[in-house]
Design a protein around this ligand. Structure first.
Ligand SMILES: [Zn+2]
Length: 100
């Protein structure tokens, strides 16, 4: 009777992969607190504000607020466009259903 205890599969946990694959010719904006690279400066500013809020200086806080406002404006524009697309699809199907 061989009793092999294979319980180690559940013990692997959720380790976050800390290695990033940045192309050699790409310009990366690297976080000075944790070293994570970002393709855009505004994404780095957002990351700094969300991941390291207590360590920022005034200039970084200002950059985070500007990036956050820009992201909010872009998100509300997207929501409006998505709602418009849904309304068009809904009434399009309604008209097709009414005519066919
Ligand atoms: Zn960071």
């Amino acid at each position: 009777m061989t009793d092999t205890a294979t319980q180690s599969a559940a013990a692997t946990g959720t380790a976050i992969d800390e290695t990033y694959d940045v192309p050699a010719d790409a310009t990366a904006y690297t976080c000075s607190y944790c070293g994570r690279p970002f393709a855009r400066e505004s994404w780095l500013a957002l990351h700094r504000g969300l991941a390291h809020p207590s360590e920022l200086d005034d200039e970084e806080v200002e950059a985070f607020r500007a990036a956050h406002d820009e992201e909010e404006a872009s998100l509300s524009a997207f929501r409006l466009q998505a709602l418009g697309a849904l309304v068009l699809i809904y009434f399009g199907f309604l008209m097709v259903y009414a005519l066919v």
